[in-house]
Design a protein around this ligand. Structure first.
Ligand code: DAH
Length: 348
């Protein structure tokens, strides 16, 4: 028996000496101390031994177990530490390496401009509303006082989808109609609607078949052109600086009477004349006017009680002016070389 035990110790010691990984050591541990190992096997004889031998043999087996367990524990501790040291060594971070340039995204400049405009109008109590891009002729034209066959339709070369009734909206003005119809003829309205619009234009530096407008509408009692002028002045100064001046020029739209073009003083030359303002000192940024009585009536508002003003900004044009961009295709072509140039503090 003694010989057997000594053999086991010798065997384990030799094998452990050769083992060089945690896995090997753990496998050996299972092999010798596990249920099917030699110690379990020896324990089976215990029950057949006479009592006094049982006691002695039991002690020998226990000592053997303890001795082997200590051997394994020491070796496991050694290799656990070694593996950790290796890991730390191999995964060391070299802080002297030059940083890696991570390319980050930048906010879409057009969205940024729209958000800025929205904030100014919201601070004046306006709601920001939405409308469908696939629109019915009656909202896009008819109820805006532009009947079928009217020459004013020619100015907006429209994408028709189904016959003559369903189209891609050519302006955001139909959202005025939808909002007034919801207002039911007896509710004051203050809304702006930024959104995509579509026209059959050939794309170039200043035209795009898809572009963005920011529509605005205010309907209440006793509203006059001077309210429009005051409102326009606020937004112009917010966007282009407190020294920005504004003026109206007479114009014509079917859905406003009177109609105006709204100009801001040129922020680049301060009115002296330059290439941005084509030497006029002024830049046109929107169409606007007093809501036409027919339009109010079409939407259930009595023009003898209610009046209002409306306006439509071209968002690309505003952004081009504000950020000095001279080709509106920049907003849509997703050319990272161009777009990344907007990733600057002054744009944020
Ligand atoms: N819808 C016009 C356009 O696309 C812009 C416009 C002009 C909108 C005058 C208005 C307005 O609301 O009152 O050219």
């Amino acid at each position: 028996m003694k010989e057997k035990v000594e053999n086991i110790i010798k065997e384990v010691t030799e094998k452990l000496d050769k083992a060089t990984s945690l896995k090997e050591i753990n496998d050996l541990k299972v092999l010798y101390l596990g249920k099917k190992g030699p110690i379990s096997e020896l324990s089976m004889y215990l029950k057949d031994l006479p009592n006094e031998e049982k006691k002695e043999f039991g002690k020998v087996l226990n000592d053997l177990k303890t001795e082997l367990s200590i051997k394994f524990a020491k070796k496991i501790a050694y290799y656990t530490d070694l593996e950790l040291q290796n890991k730390l060594q191999n995964e060391q971070i070299d802080v002297t390496l030059p940083e890696m340039k991570i390319q980050t995204g930048a906010p879409n400049i057009l969205e940024k401009l729209v958000e800025e405009v929205e904030e100014v109008f919201m601070s004046m109590g306006y709601d920001v509303v939405d409308g469908p891009e696939i629109e019915e002729d009656k909202y896009n034209f008819e109820l805006l006082n532009i009947p079928k066959g009217h020459p004013a339709r020619d100015a907006q070369d429209t994408f028709y989808l189904e016959g003559e009734e369903i189209l891609l909206r050519s302006q955001t003005s139909p959202v005025q109609i939808r909002t007034m119809l919801e207002g039911g003829g007896n509710t004051p309205i203050r809304m702006i609607c930024p959104g995509k619009t579509y026209r059959r234009d050939a794309d170039d530096a200043t035209h795009s078949h898809q572009f963005m407008q920011i529509e605005g509408l205010l309907v209440d009692k006793n509203i006059s052109l001077s309210d429009l002028k005051g409102t326009f002045d606020v937004i112009a100064k917010k966007l282009f600086g407190s020294d920005c001046e504004t003026r109206f020029r007479p114009s014509y739209y079917q859905f406003t009477e009177p109609s105006v073009e709204t100009d801001i003083s040129c922020f680049a030359c301060k009115g002296k004349g330059c290439s941005i303002c084509k030497n006029t000192g002024w830049i046109t940024v929107s169409g606007a006017g007093m809501v036409h009585p027919n339009v109010l009536r079409n939407c259930g508002y009595d023009p003898s009680v209610w009046s209002g003003f409306a306006f439509g900004f071209g968002a690309e044009r505003l952004a081009m002016l504000k950020y000095g961009i001279n080709d509106c295709r920049t907003f849509y072509q997703m050319d990272l070389r161009e777009i990344s140039t907007f990733d600057r503090k002054d744009v944020e």
